[in-house]
Design a protein around this ligand. Sequence first.
Ligand code: C2O
Length: 575
Amino acid sequence: MEYHKLSAKPCSSYLFFHILFFAFLASFADAAVHFHEFVIEAKPVKRLCRTHSTITVNGQFPGPTLEVRDGDTLVIKAINRGRYNVTLHWHGVRQLRNPWADGPEFVTQCPIRPGQSYTYQFTIQNQEGTLWWHAHSRWLRATVYGALIIYPKLGSPYPFPMPKREIPILLGEWWDRDPMDVLRLALFTGAAPNVSDALTINGQPGDLYRCSSKETAIFPVEAGETILLRIINSAMNQEMFFGVANHKLTVVSVDAAYTKPFATNVIMIAPGQTTDVLLTVDQTPARYYMAAHAYNTANAPFDNTTTTAILEYKSAPCSAKKGQSLKPIFPQLPGFNDTATATAFTSQLRSLSKAKVPLEIDESLFFTVGLGLINCTNPNSPRCQGPNGTRFAASINNVSFVLPRRNSLMQAYYQGQPGIFTTDFPPFPPIQFDYSGNVPRGLWQPVKATKLLKLKYRSKVQIVFQDTNIVTVEDHPMHLHGYQFYVVGSGFGNFDPKNDPAKFNLIDPPERNTIGTPPGGWVAIRFEADNPGIWLLHCHIDSHLPWGLATALLVENGIGKLQTVQPPPLDLPRC
Ligand code: C2O
């Protein structure tokens, strides 16, 4: 096993001792503090033949990659020089006792107004792998996002052979209009927002789109080496299949948690998720496309285009390098609705080592998740352009989550301000029905409210997410802020509380921060509520979030300072 970057490979027992000594020192002394300024501002970005005024961080799209080690502290001053309110979220960072740095607008903070700033300060505690950051206000995250790479502590190896090269692969979606306007229009009409005009890899659509091939991302590699692809689905609304022509991918980590390695031709990745894969550069020297396209599970329009980047062997024939004659080889991707392949992929994921899964459960929750329709008194109104003169909505247990406007949930909770939220979120659906079957129309309309679910500190929690067939079945990637959870089981159809739990994997289930419901199926997660604060739980499909596919967990403080939310920073924005 080799060591990461900054330390040497042991070649004698003396050297080995030396390294152990350094590792010992490192664990105490070497945690670094990283200071960054993130200026959020509009910059001209040209895509698909047109120049847009795009909200970026430091003029970069995608935004800057953050590289830190486990144990390091990040201090990021977000300066809003754009025209929209903004907040930033560090997706997957646990933020222990520190919800103030988590970022979702009106949940843990009020937004940073144009001209204002806020400094996010947080420490990475026992996490390593690939995470990312993104805006968490309206649809700004369409262009405001970047990678957050956490290396092991100095002197700690990866649990796999040290790759020669690491490449972040950010999958995204591009609109030919201002994404904020796309959302605004949808929220006005009540219809679904327009689908994106392109999918992207590291911000570039690639060779299959107009005016794009000059900028296609190209990754030069050396024959024989093994590289690590850190794949992040930062797309707004789209699960994706991803593959590299002629190359096997060995999955080693998801959502910054190591997995038992397994080889695959293609991965399925949902918005919010990350997947690290090893790739060995062992094919005929040439150029190979990496490509991604939609995995679409809903009965609804979607972006059916394909984004590409190029894996280029440095030893590939010259004419190929200039792209004159030798076209890159194209990978085979599964069909858009190939749920069998998606399921076969996700069911192979296992934690690398024995997992600390809660075995005795204190809170057993059953959450129906899905879309809904709000009936209109005047179905011909321009505000009721959803199916049959309705407005789209979405809900968990029939509650369509509404963000407060007067204050953030966390600030209201901390200050004891009443009237901002209630804590009566239902632990199971108000009515039992055949969730994945034919749902009677009378059950399609959810109720709008700001209800939170209260949890005792350290309680052991199980949540079963049950997809409904209201409007359509769909893979809803459910993301929990402030936590990593174990995915102990999943299946199609309705969850069977008698027989399904017996089939749970309580030995080595994968640990994640985002997990999709199989379309028309269920998925079960477990975690210990060891992080006090208010934590958003939501579908990471950004058209579903404003429709209300969310709730928040209010995890109470324990006893003493180390089990209590820390005081907020002085510059926390006020509403
Ligand atoms: Cu990646 Cu609530 O977000």
